[in-house]
Every structure is written in structure tokens, then in C-alpha cells.
Design a protein around this ligand. Structure first.
Ligand SMILES: [Fe+2]
Ligand SMILES: [Fe+2]
Length: 195
């Protein structure tokens, strides 16, 4: 990761440690994987990477006992995250334009839960592909499954159900390679848990 992005991560990590269980792993996985599949020439990394690194930082302001699947909590963590992002990026001398764009995207990042398909937001289109896919990754499967209190088979089926919902609401895969990666992760989980 480039130094300028590492500085953001350094400021965000202590907050993630106070925030939702598993989010340190979540953020690290996302930033590692997304940059493998999306090139700088396709999207502005100065927007995408800060969005990844800061999108769930708002959970640091929310009790660990609250349900992160509750729609009010989804809204609240996005609002708090946008405020924290502004503070961190100002400290790092990000331009006002970029800060405003990043804040806007963090505010909207979970709006898929309200039916948004991000058709006009390429950064969120990519971001959501991977934020969703975290549940199918080796670590993410275990972490999110515990939140949902489901057994592996139930959770595997739940991911398939959510992906059907994505299709129905028009949230598309950004490209074929990313879609294939999701399918590969699901095959791995199926094998891992003998489903
Ligand atoms: Fe989120
Ligand atoms: Fe997330």
C-alpha cells in the first residue's frame, strides 16, 4: 500500500479496534483484494482507497452490543464514519473536493440495504461488490456468520439469497473477473464446510 494510504490506515486502526468485531480484518482484506482487481487507470485510487479504509470506522461510535444489521445502525455508522473521515483526511491535508466526495460515498456506502444499486456511482459499484464478498472470504465467512448466529450451511445459503437480491435490485458485478472471484470463494467455502 502506498505511503499516503498507510497514513490513513494508521489513524483509522485504533478506532477500528474499538469498533465492530472483525473490522480490522475486514478493512485489511478489502484494501488488499480490491487493488488486485481494480487498476488505477479504471478508478481514482485517491477516492476508492480512503473510502475502503474509512467506510466502517463509524462503528467506533456505536455500542458493540447494537445490531449492525439494523437499518438505523446502518445509517448511523455511515454518518459517524463520514464525520471521522473528514477529520482524519483534513489532518492529512486532503483537498476539500476529495474530502467531500469521500464523505458523500461513505454516507451512501450501505444504501444497498435501502435498495440502491449504485448505477451512477462507479466507486460504490466496485466497493459494494467486494464489501458484499467479504462474507464469502475465508475470514469473513467465520466473522459474519457469528454475527448472524447461523451454522455454515445456513450462512452459505444466506449469501446466495443476498446475491439473488443484488441481481434483482440491479447491483451488478463490475466485471467478469470479479464475478469469477466471488464464485471461486463460494466454491472454497462449500468445500471447506462440506456443504
Ligand atoms: Fe458499513
Ligand atoms: Fe464494510
Amino acid at each position: 500500500m502506498e505511503k499516503k494510504y498507510k497514513k490513513i490506515l494508521e489513524k483509522a486502526l485504533p478506532l477500528y479496534k474499538k469498533g465492530r468485531v472483525g473490522d480490522v480484518e475486514h478493512i485489511k482484506w478489502l484494501s488488499r483484494i480490491i487493488t488486485k482487481y481494480i487498476d488505477k487507470s479504471e478508478i481514482d485510487y485517491d477516492i476508492l482507497i480512503p473510502v475502503i479504509l474509512l467506510h466502517d470506522v463509524g462503528y467506533s461510535k456505536i455500542s458493540r452490543k447494537s445490531n449492525c444489521f439494523d437499518l438505523d445502525i446502518r445509517r448511523l455508522h455511515s454518518e459517524e464514519g463520514a464525520k471521522i473521515a473528514e477529520k482524519i483526511l483534513k489532518e492529512l491535508n486532503y483537498s476539500e473536493d476529495k474530502i467531500n466526495e469521500i464523505k458523500k460515498l461513505i454516507l451512501k456506502h450501505d444504501n444497498w440495504a435501502f435498495g440502491d444499486n449504485f448505477a451512477n456511482e462507479p466507486v460504490l459499484k466496485i466497493f459494494t461488490n467486494f464489501d458484499f464478498m467479504w462474507s464469502a472470504s475465508k475470514k469473513g465467512f467465520g466473522i459474519v456468520r457469528k454475527f448472524m448466529k447461523m451454522d455454515p450451511e445456513e450462512f452459505y445459503e444466506d449469501i446466495i439469497k443476498s446475491q439473488k437480491e443484488n441481481e434483482k435490485e440491479g447491483r451488478k458485478w463490475f466485471n467478469k473477473e470479479i464475478e469469477n472471484f466471488y464464485k471461486q470463494l463460494m466454491r472454497e467455502r462449500k468445500k471447506e464446510f462440506s456443504i
